[in-house]
Design a protein around this ligand. Structure first.
Ligand SMILES: [Zn+2]
Length: 122
């Protein structure tokens, strides 16, 4: 674990980020850095009370202040009710990626066309 990982875990614990299901504050020991891209951190957090795993997406500014990139109320409801990802899901994704040619336009076809149309100025 790097020094930066230790610091970000301390910042998250000090920032009082809480479980979306039961409201219990996450503890430093339940936090793991999953990924970092510049000043945006993805951190897995295990609730010390209900044991729910959450993925936190946090932005840390130069002064060390943390802001949580929050999900909308609809997104929170959707993900709290969703089944946890299991080994079968990981295997299915692995099999899909083994045969995927990288053509996202074809994969997302209709929805990408709709999004493109909405972005175009009239
Ligand atoms: Zn909880």
């Amino acid at each position: 674990m790097s020094l930066a990982d230790l610091v970000i875990r301390g910042l998250v614990a000090d920032y009082n980020v809480a479980c979306g299901a039961c409201g219990t504050r996450f503890r430093r020991s339940g936090l793991r850095v999953v990924r970092r891209e510049e000043d945006v951190w993805q951190i897995s957090a295990r609730c010390p009370s209900c044991n729910l795993m959450s993925l936190l997406v946090l932005k840390v500014d130069a002064s060390g202040l943390v802001s949580e990139i929050e999900l909308s109320a609809d997104e929170q409801e959707k993900f709290i009710a969703a089944a946890a990802i299991g080994a079968d899901d990981v295997l299915a994704l692995s099999e899909f990626l083994a045969g995927f040619d990288g053509d996202f336009r074809a994969l997302f076809g209709a929805s990408a066309t709709t999004a493109d149309a909405e972005r175009r100025p009239e």
